[in-house]
Write a protein of this length. Structure first.
Length: 156
């Protein structure tokens, strides 16, 4: 098991060609979870959370519009990553194609989430005993994403 955005480009490269490996997507087999999410305690101030979410969505929008440049930035971030730009571009493109958007984001903008998917995440984490219980009323809060989406330029 691996992540389509992280390990698949490397595995395909080692296997000899793109398309050589069979990919079984969890999303096509009732394993509905988000790839990215934020959890915070009630002690975190709304202002800091809002600023973080604003920057987070702005970064996602930038990567979607500029995957080549984003890959260059990541590759330039450390000497040992310098030769990985093509891998990073493939990883980012896999994220763009498979995890950054959904029916919810198509309808309501980048960052939009659905309660059913959040419930699926809670169910999976509970079944796997990663969590025992959560106060579900406070688990799902879209107000920060909604406010950040309003500040984004049209089209993300």
């Amino acid at each position: 098991m691996c992540y389509i955005d992280a390990e698949m480009p490397e595995l395909e490269k080692r296997a000899g060609s793109k398309g050589f490996l069979s990919i079984l997507l969890g999303s096509e087999n009732h394993y509905d979870v988000y790839g990215s999410g934020l959890f915070t305690s009630s002690d975190m101030t709304q202002r800091i959370v809002q600023r973080f979410v604003n920057a987070y969505l702005k970064a996602f929008g930038y990567v979607i519009k500029n995957p080549e440049e984003a890959a260059k930035i990541v590759a330039a971030s450390a000497p040992e990553l310098r030769d990985k730009k093509d891998v990073f571009r493939e990883q980012l493109q896999a994220d763009i194609d498979h995890t950054f958007t959904s029916d919810a984001t198509d309808a309501r903008g980048l960052g939009a989430m659905d309660r059913a998917v959040w419930q699926s995440i809670v169910d999976v984490l509970t079944t796997q005993k990663v969590i025992e219980h959560l106060r579900r009323r406070t688990l799902f809060d879209t107000r920060f994403v909604e406010k950040a989406a309003q500040a984004l330029p049209a089209g993300g």
